[in-house]
Design a protein around this ligand. Sequence first.
Ligand SMILES: Nc1ncnc2c1ncn2[C@@H]1O[C@H](COP(=O)(O)OP(=O)(O)OP(=O)(O)O)[C@@H](O)[C@H]1O
Length: 254
Amino acid sequence: MIEVKNVSKKFGDKDVLKNISGVFKRGMTNMIIGASGTGKSVLLKNIVGLVIPDEGKVLYDERDFIKASKEEKKDIRQEIGMLFQGSALFDSKTVEENVRFPLDMLTQMPLDAKMDRVHFCLKRVGLENAAKKTPSEISGGMKKRVGIARAIALETTRYLFCDEPNSGLDPLTSIRIDNLIQEITQEYDITTIIVSHDMNSVMEIGEYIMFLHQGEKKWEGSNETLFDSDVPELNEFLFSNKLMRRFKNEPSSA
Ligand SMILES: Nc1ncnc2c1ncn2[C@@H]1O[C@H](COP(=O)(O)OP(=O)(O)OP(=O)(O)O)[C@@H](O)[C@H]1O
């Protein structure tokens, strides 16, 4: 579980995050959603320690990340897997070398054990036959899978952060990636936080959703309750496209 308590952040005189609190539970796909420029990525950066909040706390299973010693921070970082926007793979390395990268950087494991782990992770994401390929030889969806395999390569992974995991993917591949992230979250009992403005993803896997608007948390809930809200900013966000407006105006056939 990750708890964010009263987090605020200013850049210059601009309040980018205003007193944000929320609980991201273990074994659940938690999402931070909102329009562009509303503070989603800055909140994620505050959670992972790339940005230090001006005020507030970030607790990793009760461990205060901001106040933690260097050693404690190192321990927490070993438990974090990141799936970056655009996958961020090394083009010159093979798929297998990309997945091995965190093991090379952060562990003293013998090579045999590393390779076993790499192949286990590649198998889990359905890429056991692509181990020797380079990123330029595989599709966008496969690259995301490599990114997921790399994010869970460390056996210590307890937290998974995904920044726009579906960017650049077609809707069907996006849903497959969403489902894979959700399965892995449940299977390994990970606390997953996904930053997204993809409504398909939100509806597919948004078990806990935090909606940000201009740096403020305006709503929280699940994909089950998303459409019951009377928060104008959320409704404006949800019904910003024609398809959703049509869905809103169609009487239910149920
Ligand atoms: N390092 C920084 N210095 C100054 N301003 C910043 C910095 N990082 C982000 N901002 C500003 O903070 C605001 C929120 O940015 P953020 O990247 O969190 O938005 P976002 O909701 O993730 O948007 P998008 O969906 O487009 O990625 C923006 O106005 C951005 O310009």
